[in-house]
Write a protein that binds this ligand. Structure first.
Ligand code: SIN
Ligand code: CO
Length: 383
């Protein structure tokens, strides 16, 4: 799927994280990658997260999937919407929708949620904590966008959908197939289907909250520590008042914390691991048998393309001139030389045609074998 008429630099400068933006059909030619029936089929599967929202008058009811196929036939005339999470993990043509948005780094990308709604259907006015590109796939949707909200913005009482108590739109647009609405974190929005067969693809991002970052980093630091790593004062001096906690003691106590908590190197290693943990571990590409090394060399010599499991999370940090630390699904791999180049190439795109000389690199073979055996990668199958 190619995007043409879209100035990324201008978008990042003026809109990203700043204000909502309407991008009118920027595609060379827009093709809706999934039918409503295929989406309903996914919502019936056990390993797929889905929700069904039915609307009666001014109230919304929420049910969680998987759903029985017969459920959709029984839905009445009232507006309803079906939302299916991480469809990019299951449908390659939906995975391809992320590609044009790769100007945002891998570690900030979450997944593609797909919704289907009947006339008048929607999830109600709300705000999200994350950036989202709302891409209209099929049919039409009227989007109304309001001001930036925060934790103090009033919500409707007793509502697990976290709908806004009051919603005043500042902009309103009807999106047609191929149109995109970008909504930064916190901005109120409400999308209502105009006519039946309305499908919207939400290319969603993620950003750690400061509280989860601190809590999880602290847990990690604490796990690494020994009980005998304690305050010590071999240089203790007599104090005028034994009741005082002396500034020198406080400095030393504070340093005990700061030294560990501010270790930038340890933090970088931990963050890469932590951030690359998968959201949906069940999408399993693990082969029945570990890959045979002779087969691996043959695949590489033939330059057979490698594909990333769409549920896998790949990112890296630089460790110097020719070295990187690669993170895949919560694991770290030290890579240098040609293996570092391979790691970077694996992170740069979800499909890679490997260089044939990798077949002669023991370190690259070890890395690839580990990733293939764990199901993070697979060689592309011929049809
Ligand atoms: C939808 O696709 O109906 C909802 C997406 C959103 O508002 O975040
Ligand atoms: Co939303």
């Amino acid at each position: 799927m190619q995007i043409d008429d879209f100035d990324i630099d201008l978008f990042l400068r003026d809109q990203w994280q700043k204000r909502p933006a309407l991008i009118r059909n920027p595609w060379k030619s827009w093709v809706n990658p999934l039918t409503p029936e295929e989406l309903a089929g996914l919502a019936c599967e056990d390993d797929v997260e889905s929700r069904l929202i039915e609307q009666v008058g001014d109230s919304w009811t929420l049910a969680h999937g998987p759903f029985a196929a017969a459920r959709f036939a029984k839905l009445g005339k009232q507006p309803w919407t079906l939302l299916v999470q991480a469809v990019d993990h299951h449908v390659p043509d939906v995975t391809a929708l992320i590609e044009p948005f790769r100007f945002v780094p891998n570690w900030r990308i979450d997944d593609v949620m797909v919704s289907y709604a009947t006339d008048g259907g929607g999830v109600g006015p709300h705000f999200d904590q994350y950036d989202v590109f709302l891409l209209q796939g099929l049919g039409k949707r009227c989007w109304r966008v309001g001001p930036r909200c925060d934790e103090s913005t009033p919500l409707r009482p007793h509502d697990d959908l976290r709908l806004l108590a009051g919603f005043e739109a500042t902009d309103e647009w009807v999106l047609e197939p191929g149109d995109i609405l970008y909504v930064p974190p916190g901005f109120a929005h409400d999308g209502v289907a105009v006519g039946d067969d309305c499908m919207t693809y939400s290319i969603g991002f993620r950003a750690p909250s400061r509280s989860e970052l601190i809590a999880d980093w602290c847990d990690h630091v604490v796990e690494q520590m020994q009980d005998d790593d304690r305050y010590a004062d071999p240089d203790l001096q007599v104090q005028a008042n034994p009741g005082e906690i002396a500034p020198s003691a406080l400095d030393r106590l504070h340093a005990m914390i700061a030294e560990k908590m501010l270790d930038r190197d340890a933090f970088a290693r931990w963050f890469g691991t932590y951030n690359s943990v998968r959201k949906y571990p069940e999408i399993d590409w693990q082969p029945d048998e570990p890959i045979d090394m002779a087969d691996l060399r043959d695949f590489l010599a033939a330059r057979t393309p490698l594909c990333r499991n769409p549920a896998s999370r790949f990112s890296f940090i630089r460790r110097g001139e020719n070295a990187v630390l690669l993170f895949v699904d919560g694991q770290g791999f030290e890579c240098s030389g040609e293996t570092a180049l391979l790691a970077e190439a694996l992170c740069a795109g979800d499909r890679l045609q490997p260089a044939s000389d990798l077949a002669h690199s023991p370190a690259a073979l070890t890395l690839l074998a580990a990733l293939l055996d764990q199901g993070n990668l697979a060689f592309e199958q011929e049809d």
